[in-house]
Ligand binder design. Structure first.
Ligand code: TGC
Ligand code: FAD
Length: 389
């Protein structure tokens, strides 16, 4: 009998325009030909060629692709989401590189920067010739960034920054760090070029998740910056949180990509693998797992596309992004673990992408707002009561 792809069960392609299908195909081709073959080794070694990857992603226009002007492609939210989906189908670390570059560092400059800052950084970042990172989290303040200790004070016209940022994606490969710090005027963002005296980075080693991604600690020890290093348009916590909405939106799609890659791998596997003299695919227990996973992946993708259409219409709210991030990452991790059971012992090796996705998704569940934080955001929206404190 004829088989259908899980997304075809939901008629997903009919919801997409030509440009959206094209960008999806372009990113998928790049991943299949140039990236997927290297991922087991990059993950195993815990090292990626970040500079080359950034240039390659820049060459197909995915860095800051949803931003207008300054060398950015100005594409729709669904196109951007589908690019994230394909990247994360390869590895969450690749989607992270692109998310942090386009949705956190570039978006912060694009939304909150001066004209000079935009001209200086955005075109080079869109080409992948300059890499950015986004420093919000600190060793003692992750879910509650309002408590941050990093401080910026004035010294004449200059700014002096001191503090430590932790778990910063692209930290040690970045040419510019967007660093959020407390000032007498509330939380503000600063552009800190790599190599500024007093600014140091240290990679976080021995990660068992997101190994194909650079994660660093940033130490700022009395770093002196000129007056124009501050992002003029961002004041208060809403500055960094507005950037997080963008990156979280990409994860809503990306998580489905990781889930679909696990599911496709597993569908092939259960067709080939024979147990007790019959294909694993022919057992009812297997089919129930496959059906449940296809339902959740398809529903997640429908939700992602719906949120993308709201974003394109300009009505998407942060609570709706929380709905997508919480649901799709939670379901993706569940799918990855169930696929792992169907692969048996083979499922624990890097010969198949499943355990790599499952391990990566542990980070995705935690970063960009933990699942608990998003539950509380939704709970606050439903009840009007804040349960954060
Ligand atoms: P709260 O009182 O709720 O809000 C303070 C101010 O911020 C505004 N706001 C938002 N603005 C835009 N977008 C949002 N999503 C916003 N949420 C809140 C709010 O209106 C208010 O503005 P104003 O003008 O009235 O002052 O703040 P709170 O201190 O109670 O905290 C709320 C909470 C817990 C939801 C927030 O702190 C939070 O989201 N925490 C999680 C932190 C987080 O997600 N960190 C991520 C760091 S970056 C990262 O992980 C990158 S991973 C790499 C990759 O993406 O691949
Ligand atoms: P904590 O905030 O200490 O949370 C610990 C536990 O307590 C969690 O389960 C949490 O949900 C729970 N909790 C917290 N508050 C409450 C509450 N009010 N009620 C109930 N439970 C609660 N950050 C950046 O700024 N930039 C980056 O580029 C970046 N990249 C990252 C890359 C990786 C691989 C990882 C793992 C993290 C990255 N982060 C980055 C940091 C990430 O955003 C934080 O880890 C995340 O926000 C959670 O903070 P935390 O780890 O300090 O956990």
């Amino acid at each position: 009998p004829r088989t259908v792809h899980p997304t075809a069960l939901f008629g997903i392609d009919g919801l997409l325009g030509d440009e959206e299908r094209e960008i999806r195909a372009t990113v998928r081709k790049l991943c299949d030909k140039e990236l997927r073959p290297h991922l087991p080794e990059w993950f195993d070694k815990g090292a990626i060629p970040a500079r080359e990857l950034a240039r390659r992603f820049g060459s197909i226009g995915v860095l800051g692709m949803h931003l207008e002007g300054y060398g950015c492609a100005g594409m729709g939210a669904v196109s951007y989401g589908l690019a994230c989906l394909e990247l994360e189908a390869a590895d969450s670390g690749l989607r992270s590189l692109v998310s942090v570059q386009g949705s956190l560092a570039m978006f912060a400059i694009w939304k909150h920067g001066s004209e000079e800052q935009k001209r200086q950084w955005l075109p080079a970042m869109a080409r992948g010739e300059a890499i950015g990172c986004f420093g919000l989290t600190e060793p003692d303040f992750g879910s509650d960034p309002a408590g941050m200790r990093t401080r910026a004070r004035r010294d004449g016209a200059d700014w002096i920054l001191s503090g430590t940022k932790m778990w910063i994606t692209n930290g040690s490969v970045a040419d510019v760090a967007v660093v959020w710090a407390r000032t007498d005027d509330g939380i503000r963002g600063f552009l800190v070029p790599a190599g500024t005296p007093g600014f140091q980075d240290r990679d976080i080693e021995r990660k068992l998740s997101l190994r194909a991604s650079v994660t660093s600690e940033l130490v700022l020890d009395e770093v002196r910056l000129p007056a124009d290093a501050v992002l003029p348009e961002a004041r208060g916590l809403s500055g960094p949180l507005s950037c997080l909405n963008e990156a979280r939106f990409g994860i809503v799609f990306g998580a489905v990509g990781a889930a679909l890659d696990c599911l496709e791998t597993t569908l092939d596997y259960v067709g080939e693998r024979r147990v007790f003299d019959r294909p694993l695919a022919s057992y009812q227990l297997t089919q129930q797992k496959l059906a449940d996973m296809a339902l959740e992946a398809g529903k997640g993708l429908l939700l992602a596309i719906h949120l993308g259409r709201l974003k394109e219409a300009g009505t998407l709210t942060p609570e709706q992004v929380s709905v997508g991030k919480l649901n799709n990452v939670r379901e993706a991790i569940d799918i990855a673990r169930t696929c792992r059971t169907l692969l048996g012992a083979n499922g624990i090796t890097l010969e198949y992408p499943v355990i790599r996705h499952a391990a990566n998704l542990e980070s995705v569940l935690t970063y960009e707002g933990t699942s608990e934080v998003h539950s509380l955001v939704i709970g606050r929206a439903l009840t009007g009561e804040s349960a954060f404190q």
